[in-house]
Design a protein around this ligand. Structure first.
Ligand SMILES: [Zn+2]
Length: 364
């Protein structure tokens, strides 16, 4: 599942490609809205609310979409799309970045094109058209948006406090508390704050510091597709604990653990250092017992059962380690720096942050 910063960047790039331009092509390939045609109207804005994407269109209409686990919007040159103004150029699903995987036509859920750009939603979920004035019916339940203009840390703390018995690892992922944290940031935030993922929120000594850390990490990563919580953009060095099960903790040298947390459909793998993030009855230590599994926690490497179609657990098992990547893998940062001003470079909201395969698998 993409994290809030990924969706924020997708919105920014979609906004650059679509806003202020008239739609020449508008297709929603989902049964309920297949007949909708907003051709001729102008897109006024594309914005993110938590992990939801809102494309606002003239006449007071909003197109809602959500990337969930595998969705992505790609931006093509309009002329590359077959059927656009008679130009049968290019394959549908053609990606703009050389060497990237092509997406098949049947995965297209939405096409919004103007004279210059075509935004194509592949496998995007929860497509809905609604009155802009009624957006809250789809996103009103969300807590304060970490990357929104109205980010309100005190309200986020208030909401977290309202469920004192809830495990902090689950509470951070609940978008009703604060919107934007996904599974990777969850693990990283908890590590930075030295909090055990199963600790109840009531036991968190400084919830404000927790939400401030969340804000700082997402904000720092919002403008570029690479994600790093460590300050390093080198593949294999971008995260403290996420995707690093069995590897040494960068802080204490202990062994990073992984286990399922939460009940379906919200179950996620969570990574943590037992030494740096001890359970309540376990004193913090810099002498980790590296080989001691957490007996009272869910079995490792067994993500809790998911429900198809629901908000599924991220494919965290596709972490760096499982990919067999080492810390000397190619640094793709430079590649991703190309053409930063081209809205198409946005294009990878699906979370295929190229330098971070650990980012929720396919995506994250
Ligand atoms: Zn540690």
């Amino acid at each position: 599942m993409p994290e809030g910063d990924t969706v924020w960047l997708a919105a920014k790039r979609l906004h650059a490609a679509l806003a202020g331009r008239t739609l020449r092509r508008f297709e929603l390939r989902v049964p309920r809205f297949a007949a909708a045609d907003l051709t001729g109207r102008e897109v006024t804005a594309v914005t993110a609310r938590g992990k939801h994407l809102l494309t606002r269109i003239g006449g007071g209409v909003t197109l809602h979409s959500h990337l969930r686990l595998d969705g992505e919007w790609l931006i093509h040159r309009a002329s590359e799309l077959p059927g656009h103004r008679g130009a049968a150029v290019g394959r549908p699903g053609r990606t703009v970045r050389p060497g990237r995987t092509d997406r098949p036509e049947h995965q297209v859920r939405a096409v919004l094109a103007n004279d210059e750009w075509a935004a194509v939603g592949y496998r995007v979920h929860d497509i809905a058209l609604l009155e802009t004035a009624r957006e809250d019916t789809l996103v009103g339940h969300l807590g304060p948006d970490l990357l929104g203009p109205d980010w309100d840390p005190e309200e986020a703390v208030r909401r977290l406090t309202a469920q004192p018995d809830r495990a902090v690892g689950e509470a951070l992922l609940d978008q009703r508390n604060l919107a934007g944290v996904g599974n990777i940031y969850k693990a990283e935030i908890l590590f930075i704050q030295r909090l055990n993922p199963w600790a109840p929120t009531a036991a968190v000594p400084d919830l404000r510091a927790l939400v401030d850390t969340a804000h700082r990490l997402l904000y720092a990563n919002r403008d570029h597709p690479e994600q790093s919580t460590t300050g390093s953009l080198r593949r294999g060095e971008q995260h403290w604990v996420h995707g690093r099960a069995g590897r040494p903790c960068r802080r204490c040298g202990g062994r990073i653990q992984v286990a399922g947390q939460g009940a379906a459909p919200y179950a996620r793998l969570t990574f943590w250092c037992p030494a740096c993030q001890p359970a309540a009855d376990q004193p913090a230590t810099d002498q980790p017992e590296a080989d001691q599994p957490e007996a009272d926690q869910p079995a490792t490497d067994q993500p809790t059962a998911s429900q198809p179609g629901a908000d599924q657990p991220e494919a965290d098992q596709h972490g760096l380690d499982q990919h067999g990547l080492d810390q000397h893998a190619v640094d793709q940062h430079a590649v991703d720096q190309q053409a930063a001003e081209d809205p198409r470079e946005v294009v990878d909201p699906g979370g295929h942050r190229s330098s971070s395969p650990g980012k929720a698998g396919t995506i994250g």
